[in-house]
Every structure is written in structure tokens, then in C-alpha cells.
Design a protein around this ligand. Sequence first.
Ligand code: GLN
Length: 167
Amino acid sequence: MLRRLGADVVEVRKPEELDGLDGLVVPGGESTTFMRLMRLYGLDSAVAAFEGPMLGTCAGMIVLDRNHLGLVDVEVERNAYGRQTSSFESDVQLDGDAVPLRGVFIRAPRVRDAGPGVEVLAELDGEPVLLRDGRFIVASFHPELTGDTRVHELFLRLVEEASAVRA
Ligand code: GLN
């Protein structure tokens, strides 16, 4: 998705691979596995020290929350929509945009609390599913699994703004 939008993308598995990057995506997957491996390779503290914008989707949102790396002021409950069979797709209402966004929710986390500085960018049934906390964007769904590029465009705008400030 990011490549389609013109970004130069690399994969990060080790702390030193973060050097020189303008932004970071913490993708979906399995947050317990992520946390275990990140600790093992020292990627937890390296990600916590990374100063650029970050996009956390699904398990990535869990990893960034108050109870994990503590970078985003939200509290998230894992697998809160149920088991694998309760995975679903639904339109979510994007703030300030008449066109809904298709959300793919795969054993998705649910936001149970968000601090006062956290902006809700999209909701599903009145609950926040896409949020922004300063340079962080987190989604409980997988924006990369549809053809809709709006979430990634927003993230790349943050990245461009942040690199312009640094330049
Ligand atoms: N259920 C996973 C977890 O708790 C998240 C699933 C996903 O990223 N799609 O980490």
C-alpha cells in the first residue's frame, strides 16, 4: 500500500534497521509474539526511542498502547470482538469524510479508553477504531487489506510533515 503511494519501504527486524527511517508501521499479527521477539532483539526500546510518525494496525495498535510500549495514550483489549470466526468487515465512518471506509477486523482489539489528547478519526457503532495521538495513528482494523488508501495517505502526510520539520 505504501509502495503504491510512492513511499520507499523496507522491513525492520533489528534495532539498527530503524536508523534513517522517516516513519514506522507496526503491522497486524500477534501482539504476544511481537512483544516477545521485540524484547529478545531489543526492538522494544528501539521502537520506543524512534522519533518519527508511527502507524499501528491491529496487533500494532496493541503493541503501542499504554499496557505495552506505552507510546499511545489508549487502553486496548485484545480479541475483544471474539474469536477468529467473529472476524468481520464493516464500513466505518471517517471523521470529516462522507465516504465510509471499509474496515477489515481480524480478531481485532477494542479501544476501552483513550486519553484527552487522543483524536478519534473513525468510529464503528459509536466506538473509536481509528485514532490519532500526535505523531501516532492506530487502527483496530487492517486498512492495508482494501483498495482504499486514505489511512496510509494520512500516515504519509504525517511522515512528510515530520521530515520537512527536521530538514
Ligand atoms: N488478535 C491479535 C492480537 O491480539 C491481533 C490480530 C491482528 O493483528 N489482526 O495480537
